[in-house]
Design a protein around this ligand. Sequence first.
Ligand code: URA
Length: 319
Amino acid sequence: MSQSSSRTSALTIAQTLQWQADMGVDTTVSNEPQKLRQSSDSSLLPPARERCGATNEGEQTNAASVSRGGDTGEQTAPPPSRSAPRLPLQGGVGESPLPNTQPLVKITPNNPLAPAQAAAQVQKLADEATTLDDLRTAITNFTSLAICKTATNVVFSDGQPHAKVMIIGEAPGADEDIQGKPFVGQSGQLMDKALACIGLTREENLYISNTLFWRPPGNRKPTPEELTICLPFINKHIALIKPNYLLFVGGTSASFLLQTKTGITKLHGTWQDYTNPYLEAPIPSFPLYHPSFLLRQPMLKLEERLTESGILPQKEQAA
Ligand code: URA
């Protein structure tokens, strides 16, 4: 093999590996293989993207209409168009093999420093954010987790920043990833209807966000590591909104934000004090079942209705 062709194949390997890493292949959390594209035709690759929050107008996505399902196994939509690989596929011999100079923190078992670096970065960005716009910008520019690269859009929030009630769900699903808004899929629509019955709407008096701002690939659950790294972002988000009441929607959000091992079946429907280092006083919080869980468990709703109307006896409150 000539010197130039061995350099070319080394480049190609390095580029391929880097591309796979950028696409999140280095994460070991997904149980199922993800089919990233149908063809090896490089013209089908998505366009280059400078950061994970960037939106490409007119970009085609193939997500189905069912949103992510929290801890409920809601139907998984095919992955939408992905963030672009940062390396040219046909890199020439004279080009640098790794032109991506953006700091990239990989979360792998062999790279134990990486999560610490990402966590320190998040802590600093959250500490420095003094307004909601600051925080949104910091999160939009943050790219140090693999999920930032695989998501189509950053899903920051929806609703009214001066609302007295703030909802925190788990993480964006396929629809949310495409629209860049939380809870817009099937389960979000159910939640909207239920909340409208008690006079809460995102157009008037509700603010909605999630524990993660990027869709985990394949609608998998957020990993404990992702949640822990992003915690200062969530803490600051809550502190800047400073709602009178928090609704934690689903087990992931409830147990993680209350820092408890108690699951949603016990927490659901009980008032809990929530606090974080940015808050001067605790906020009353109310964990709820995830709407997609309710979509799959109509008997639970029925049981609740029968209990509320006195046909079934009240359940004893968890201690
Ligand atoms: N499920 C969530 O937990 N959050 C969303 O935004 C959508 C679905």
